[in-house]
Ligand binder design. Structure first.
Ligand SMILES: *[C@@H]1O[C@H](CO)[C@@H](O)[C@H](O)[C@H]1NC(C)=O
Ligand SMILES: *[C@@H]1O[C@H](CO)[C@@H](O)[C@H](O)[C@H]1NC(C)=O
Ligand SMILES: *[C@@H]1O[C@H](CO)[C@@H](O)[C@H](O)[C@H]1NC(C)=O
Ligand SMILES: *[C@@H]1O[C@H](CO)[C@@H](O)[C@H](O)[C@H]1NC(C)=O
Length: 306
């Protein structure tokens, strides 16, 4: 008893010390006010959502998008694909009907190659020429996040940081829960950018495409093909909904997946509920689909193996 009591006292003392000497970094929006909002999924009762910091509005149809690339074109610069994993494309805020906005806040334009460079209303999106968004992540001390992004958020044909800046500027600026106004009075510049990257990684981890397909016997192969319905069934069995599958070469080469969700709460912290794709697959419904093996020199081991 005496020993146990002594240990507890020491632990309490340690906790007391840490509570007074360290404070948690505020790298998230202020969701204090969200506790009094109605609890509803995005797109499921839009009249209920008043505080757009608490739920993505109007972009409440949230897409976590991924690529299956077989090379990057930047191998010589060390930009390699993660073995046994798809890669991150982004996290997009579609309107509930599947339409979408883009480049919504030009004061947060970090895309060196805007695409499109002119918006439908005629607004020009100026190219960004400042430091890469990777430096923003480093300035917040998030080397863990940067390392993860370099492993799993790999660009084809451009440096990773350009791609990340593109995804933030084009999509996150149209996602209401990343609005600067949601961060409160102690907002630190680029906190929203780092926060978005964290949210993208969190959402990506909800959809381990490689593993879900592998568990269903669907592995990359340069010898066999798979039917679209079999690929869809494998993913639906784990997510509850049919994602969008994108194919190239006239619908015969698997390249992309988009998982659609309604989100309860914010994109940062909330719960994602899978819904069927609003976009028809570009993969052939009749021809076999190639899920190609990668060029071995284009990928690297990213897991810690025993
Ligand atoms: C939608 O939200 C409003 C406001 O909170 C509520 O009055 C209404 O009953 C909700 N509708 C449905 C279908 O849940
Ligand atoms: C967070 O929001 C609450 C309620 O709106 C407010 O009282 C508080 O001051 C805000 N905190 C910060 C750090 O902005
Ligand atoms: C593309 O696929 C369609 C439908 O499967 C087929 O009718 C057409 O001939 C194909 N085109 C080419 C160029 O292979
Ligand atoms: C598989 O085929 C793809 C597409 O032709 C090619 O890029 C890749 O290098 C091949 N991989 C292997 C391991 O043969």
């Amino acid at each position: 008893m005496a020993v146990a009591f002594g240990l507890t006292a020491v632990l309490l003392a340690v906790q007391g010390v840490s509570a007074s000497f360290f404070s948690l970094p505020r790298t998230y929006p202020n969701i204090t006010a969200c506790a009094s909002e109605p609890i509803t999924y995005s797109c499921e009762n839009t009249t209920a959502i008043q505080n757009t910091c608490c739920s993505p509005t109007p972009g409440g149809l949230v897409l976590q998008t991924q690529f299956w690339d077989t090379y990057t074109g930047f191998e010589k610069k060390g930009q390699l694909l993660p073995k046994d994993s798809w890669t991150i494309h982004g996290l997009w805020p579609d309107n509930c009907d599947g339409s979408y906005e883009q480049y919504c806040d030009l004061s947060r334009q970090y895309d060196p190659n805007p695409s499109p460079s002119v918006l439908p209303d005629g607004t020009t999106v100026p190219a960004y020429t400042g430091p890469g968004v990777d430096t923003f992540v480093a300035e917040f001390g998030r080397l863990d996040l940067l390392a993860y992004m370099n492993k799993y958020w790999v660009s084809q044909g451009s440096p990773n940081a350009d791609f990340w800046g593109h995804e933030f500027a084009k999509h996150a600026t149209c996602t209401s829960t990343f609005d600067v106004a949601c961060y409160g009075h102690d907002y630190k510049k680029n906190q929203d950018v780092v926060d978005f990257f964290d949210a993208v990684v969190r959402a990506f981890k909800m959809y381990p495409t490689f593993d879900m397909l592998a568990a269903s016997g669907i592995l990359p192969s340069n010898k066999t093909t798979y039917s679209l319905s079999r690929i869809q069934a494998a993913l639906k069995a784990q997510t509850g909904a049919i994602p969008y599958l994108g194919c190239g070469q006239n619908g015969t080469v698997l390249q992309e997946v988009w998982y659609f969700s309604h989100v309860l709460g914010s994109e940062q912290f909330g719960h994602y509920n899978s819904v069927d794709s609003t976009t028809k697959s570009s993969c052939s419904t009749t021809a076999g689909i190639h899920y190609y093996e990668r060029t071995p020199s284009s990928e690297r081991e990213v897991r810690v193996l025993p």
